[in-house]
Design a protein around this ligand. Structure first.
Ligand code: F6P
Length: 358
């Protein structure tokens, strides 16, 4: 039987443990293989002794599919080809990682990650070190060639729940509520949550907005007799003059909330409305996975193991047309997926009368 490794890499999201569980179930029950969980992404392969744990059915059964986070830990620390050392220099440590893979006697590695992690794993594979398969995860849902990535549905669910909770307090106080949601460079979470959560305005980085247009929409809402409004702002939106105030670095710490506060202030100035701003932040990542994310995670995990069984490597599993397919991982890395301006979500939002700020 084979021995396969699995690691989680990059920012966590809901559904990672569900992927791990599915991989172990398929590998152990269908093929009788051994699965080793590598700790903290490629970091585990860098350390000596290599940091891992054997994953058998008892380790993944029971509660694990329901748990947020990743039992393996994760990291976005450092490209092993230019690894940041303590003295401030960078070092190519790729051979050490490949050495870790060999030390464990792995036949293949499943990487659960985003484009950044995939690029690194592919580069390691190209060095002749690895046989790898990728499983896409990101709450941002901006990976190309897959309709969904693990974690996205849950993040949207959390944002919608936030709007559900903001609506009654908005109405009670006749306020404009601004909700800032995540999405490093793409507006998928904001747009989906705005549609499903009944927002009046949704600002996404793909569409340039003007405060005037936002104010117009809020005035139109008021003219119908409604005393409150809900505004969703993606964290990746910039200020009107193009400078980003989001993700300010203060004392080395990333601080969220810049752009939501900015938009809230501008709306107050332009409309006279009382505004309040909520920054959702990492709450969107830590939830129990939604049923949809558990389903996607399970289907991806099973298919990834099957790819290894068939000897198909350098592939990413993907969701397409009601099913699971696999695509060349290099093509997936190269195809960034932001919100399509002529796509169904933008059309739906506009069709509902949601202002996209333009
Ligand atoms: O890519 C996922 C994501 O949650 C983005 O939505 C967000 O911009 C970023 O990661 C946050 O990164 P960190 O966890 O390093 O603060």
């Amino acid at each position: 039987g084979k021995r396969i490794g699995i690691l989680t890499s990059g920012g966590d999201c809901a559904g990672l443990n569900a992927v791990i569980r599915a991989v172990v179930h398929r590998a152990v029950l269908t093929y009788g293989w051994q699965v080793l969980g590598i700790k903290e992404g490629t970091q585990g392969l860098l350390q000596r002794p290599v940091q891992y744990q054997v994953l058998d059915l008892p380790q993944v059964d029971g509660n694990m599919m329901r748990m947020g986070g990743t039992i393996l830990g994760t990291t976005n620390r450092g490209d092993p080809f230019a690894y940041p050392m303590a003295d401030g220099t960078q070092k190519d440590r790729s051979d050490e990682i490949i050495g870790g893979y060999r030390e464990l006697g792995l036949d293949a590695l499943i990487g659960i990650g985003g484009d950044g992690s995939f690029a690194i794993l592919k580069k390691l594979a190209d060095k002749g070190g690895f046989q790898m398969v990728g499983i896409p995860k990101t709450i941002d849902n901006d990976l190309g060639l897959t309709e969904v990535s693990v974690g996205y549905d849950t993040a949207v669910g959390v944002a919608v729940e936030a709007l559900d909770r903001l609506q009654p307090t908005a109405a009670s106080h006749a306020r404009v509520m601004v909700l800032e949601v995540m999405g490093r460079d793409a507006g998928h979470i904001a747009l989906a949550a705005g549609i499903a959560g009944g927002a009046d305005v949704v600002l996404i980085p793909e569409i340039a907005y003007s405060i005037e247009k936002i104010a117009q929409k809020i005035k139109q809402v008021r003219s119908t007799g409604r005393n409150f409004a809900l505004v969703v702002v993606s964290e990746a939106v910039k200020t009107v003059d193009g400078t980003g105030v989001q993700k300010l670095f203060q004392g080395g710490q990333k601080r969220y909330g810049g752009i939501g506060d900015y938009i809230g202030e501008k709306i107050a100035e332009a409309t006279g409305a009382e505004t309040r701003v909520t920054v959702l932040g990492h709450v969107q990542r830590g939830s129990m996975p939604s049923p949809r994310d558990r389903l996607v995670a399970s289907a991806f995990g099973v298919h990834a193991v099957d790819l290894i069984a068939e000897g198909k490597f350098d592939r990413m599993v993907a969701w397409s047309d009601r099913g699971v397919i696999d695509v060349p991982i290099t093509e997936a890395i190269a195809k960034y997926a932001c919100v399509e301006l002529d796509g169904a979500m933008v059309k739906t939002a506009r069709g509902l009368g949601i202002s996209l700020g333009d």
